[in-house]
Design a protein around this ligand. Sequence first.
Ligand code: LLP
Length: 420
Amino acid sequence: MGEGVLSPPFPRVGGVLHGGDVPLTEAARTFGTPLYVYDIRWIEARTNAFARAFQGVDLLLAYSVKANGNLTLLRRLEALGCGADVTSEGELFLARRAGIPAERIVFAGVGKTERELELALREGIHAIHVESAGELERLAAVARRLGVDAPFSIRVNPDVYARTPHEYTRTGTAATKFGVPYDETAALYLRARALGGLRPVGIDVHIGSQIVEPEPYVQALERLLELVAALGAEGVVLEEIDLGGGYGVAYDDEPGMDVDALAREVVPRVRGAGLRLLLEPGRWLVGEAGVLLTEVQYVKRSGPKTFVICDGGMSELIRPSHYGGFHRIEPVVARPEARVERVDVVGPICETGDFLARDRELPLPEPGDLLAVRTVGAYGFAMASNYNGRLRPAEVVVEDGRATLVRARETVDDLIRGMS
Ligand code: LLP
């Protein structure tokens, strides 16, 4: 199923935005603001749609925990058969705590410490994605010390350019820190055989994030399949190919990735090569399923500008200021009588870069009004911080007319924990 078949989450009913049949006004009243709200049924529907698109091939969906590591979401994804793509000791812990079986977990990242490699091997995870010759040596040494064979795939830097909205989310070109250069990959698999303590399971790539066209994936896949064939001829037999994540969603009117169209390109190629497929979607599964509710505190005129000052800003959602990310903003309660004005929607943080939107046309709100910032289920709470002594917000799941707290709002005790 492609984009647009599921009706969008958080519809407006009787002038009020709802999630999972709960008026968002009620969620804000019960749990306070700023507040993250997730429509968990939407996440389930998206996950099923993603898996269905690729059903023609032996598939593991390894959800990318970095997008949103809330345990309740992870448990639901596990129940749908998902594994996890983790990138630190903390994410490995979260995935295991949510009940995701170790054999469905892969571990990516350019800077894995010896401790992290040891933890991953002791857990018995599916594969470690090795990103450099140095990491391969380190992994072999840890594996020999533990007396195990470390399952690994090499993350290849295919030097494929993918159009992403910001250079920070492009990872597949030679100019980035990620992966092993394409031309050095085969030699590294052969080196692994010589080192011992290592068991190759597949080959891996991740070319970037918020990509909406299939073409760069197809290019990367074809480059990897050439390597798989060449390695097979050398006696290095790889059983799976991991295409990473990065499948884009609709933030505005532009369409997100059509996963059916992507699958039509990918599935026959992978099946033809007799390989198993791993995919690591994060944003595509959870992005549109989240809104951030924030309450307007002041409306301030300053020269030609109008600032709508909210109780949420870059400490809750850093995407607008860090990547110039666009997020649609709507009043939770429709104000048809309000005049539409061009405003900056900003937070309370002491930075000029603290904004949720700039030069945005919005029905001019009043202090006390609620705004909903859309498409924040991925890289929203996950990138929230305590900067300016801010307490990270609560997270709520809405489902079947009920809103359930799934992470308590931080308190000042959280702010001083471990501090002397
Ligand atoms: N696999 C690997 C190895 C990754 O590095 C990532 C994301 C994913 C999978 C999942 O990508 P997704 O399907 O969610 O696009 N903070 C940025 C995005 C950073 C993505 C980092 N890696 C943002 O807010 O746009």
